[in-house]
Write a protein that binds this ligand. Structure first.
Ligand SMILES: NC(=O)C1=CN([C@@H]2O[C@H](COP(=O)(O)OP(=O)(O)OC[C@H]3O[C@@H](n4cnc5c(N)ncnc54)[C@H](OP(=O)(O)O)[C@@H]3O)[C@@H](O)[C@H]2O)C=CC1
Ligand SMILES: O=C(O)CCCC(=O)O
Length: 485
């Protein structure tokens, strides 16, 4: 297990690990035990500016490499990440809190983006368009957009980084990266892996630090051509506004408010098992996790019984303990948000079927009991906003049309889930759901080979899949006149 010394440099610019220019540091703590892990460098706009300069400088050499050359670095990063899986998972759990089994799965997922885009780098094809003029030849050429700024959250501190870095590097872009302040050590280790993989200086630069000053620098910097962000809709909006003057390209993975719909013809055991997995994975801190569950009236009693019986089996504790199912929330603010949604619901008439309070167990950290609510209504926060915590509201519905309307009645549109054994119903409902991702009898849609992304206020663009690399390129159209003999 990696032990960190009292201070860890988390700024990496032009191939050199360095202190913040301000000399400021920030404490990283374990959210289960509240123990200090290490202090890290806390940069600002000066570090952010230097990082852009390094990335700009490195761009021409990196984008000038062949696709095969770039893909070799990504294959090497993939191999190194797999080799260091256990160590990375332990670091991730220590600073983020999720159970080790989930951290290991996240490292596998994070590595898979390096592998997928090592392959896709070689398939970034252009196009020849049949011309309507016999004296012309028309072509479309994909070219890397330039310097990319990546801003990432703490909930998936490894995969949210590689999901951005891998396609950016494959396309020929260079990167400046700001990780979340809660989880800079996972970012530090991923950048170390890229360094070990032999990535030339300046191609990836890490600036842990103050979000507002770093964000301001990158939003207003003419050399930053794309901002790729995962986080709250509120900050996504702010980045759009701040980048508007320069008409910067944005790729945004924002908040969700995923409905789960359990129809009467579903396999109820599977529906209960997967609803539980979707809601309580990462203690409910996943942008695609179940935020509200609609159950057809005819199977309400049976489903609720199965689900609550499973919730009672979940064990809370430190993620580093192999038997833990649910770790802590990320911080005190997150506990307050869950408590606020719970209080609001109860005050408006909801009943608590299980859980319902902060967990006072063996650890002093940010724990909350897995909680199941019934008698919920549309007026409650929990039925309108992303809770990002272990709170599961259940509501009965009568028919298909009614539940589709309820599911779509939100400004968000990231992921939605349906449980049914009817092929007809599955297809019919899937087509009507206004979401970027629909899971049918499945709640784990995020894979490197498929395009992940939301509609409405859940974001812009896609990550993963063959589509994901196109966020990082500009398509140049070439019209060429050909002289006749
Ligand atoms: N879609 C998703 O996967 C996620 C959704 N969320 C949602 O957002 C809520 C709040 O979580 P929170 O961590 O505060 O999410 P934020 O959106 O605030 O943070 C995500 C990232 O953006 C950075 N950031 C914040 N403000 C700015 C800015 N002005 N300029 C540049 N970067 C900025 C953060 O840094 P810093 O923390 O230093 O401000 C962090 O690195 C959650 O409860 C959840 O509902 C949160 C995380 C992930
Ligand atoms: O919360 C997210 O944005 C990503 C989910 C990743 C996963 O399901 O592995």
């Amino acid at each position: 297990m990696t032990t960190f010394s009292r201070y860890t440099k988390t700024i990496f610019i032009d191939g050199t690990w360095q202190d913040a220019k301000s000399r400021r540091t920030l404490l990283v703590q374990n959210p289960a035990t509240l123990e200090a892990i290490t202090e890290v460098s806390h940069g600002d706009e000066r570090d952010a500016e230097q990082a852009v300069r390094a990335a700009r400088q490195a761009f021409s050499e990196w984008s000038g490499k062949t696709a095969r050359e770039r893909s070799q670095f990504l294959y090497a990063a993939y191999e190194k990440m797999k080799e260091q899986k256990e160590e990375l998972a332990a670091i991730l759990t220590s600073e983020q809190g999720k159970p080790l089994k989930e951290a290991r799965a996240e490292i596998d997922s994070a590595a898979s983006y390096f592998l997928w885009y090592a392959e896709e780098a070689n398939r970034l094809y252009g196009e020849i368009i049949p011309s309507s003029n016999k004296h012309k030849r028309l072509m479309v050429i994909p070219q890397p957009i330039g310097v990319v700024a990546a801003i990432t959250p703490w909930n998936f501190p490894a995969s949210m980084i590689t999901r951005k870095l891998a396609p950016a590097l494959a396309a020929g872009c260079t990167v400046v990266l700001k990780p979340a302040p809660e989880t800079p050590l996972t970012a530090y280790r991923i950048v170390k892996i890229l360094e070990e993989a032999g990535l030339p200086p300046g191609v990836v630069n890490l600036v842990a630090g103050d979000a507002v000053s770093i964000g301001k620098c990158w939003m207003s910097h003419p050399d930053v051509r794309l901002i790729t962000f995962t986080g709250s809709t509120e900050v996504g909006r702010l980045l759009m506004k701040g980048s508007a003057d320069q008409v910067k390209k944005l790729s945004l993975e924002l908040g969700g408010h995923a409905p789960v719909i359990v129809f009467e013809d579903a396999d109820l055991d599977l529906a209960a098992e997967l609803t539980l997995a979707s809601k309580f994975r990462n203690c409910g801190q996943t942008c695609i996790c179940a935020n509200r569950v609609y159950v057809q009236q005819t199977v309400w009693d049976a489903f609720v019984k199965k689900l609550t019986a499973k919730v009672q089996q979940l064990s809370l504790g430190s993620g580093l303990d192999e038997t833990t199912d649910i770790g802590p929330l990320i911080n005190e603010e997150a506990v307050r948000k869950v408590q606020d949604h719970l209080d609001d619901a109860v005050q408006k008439g909801a009943s608590v079927l299980y859980g319902g309070k902060r967990w006072e167990g063996a650890y002093p950290g940010y724990f909350f009991e897995p909680t199941v609510l019934a008698n919920v209504t549309k007026e409650m926060k929990v039925m309108n906003e992303e809770t990002f915590g272990p709170l599961l509201p259940l509501q009965p519905f009568a028919d298909e049309m009614e539940v589709i309307r309820q599911a779509n009645d939100t400004p968000y549109g990231l992921a939605a889930y349906i449980f049914t054994d009817s092929l007809h119903r599955a297809y019919r409902v899937m087509e009507k759901l206004e979401y970027g991702i629909v899971g049918i009898n499945d709640v784990f849609p995020a894979v490197a080979e498929a395009p992940f992304g939301g509609v409405k206020q859940s974001g812009l663009g896609k990550e993963g899949g063959k589509e994901g690399i196109f966020e990082f390129v500009e398509l140049k159209y070439v019209s060429m006149g050909i002289r006749s003999l």
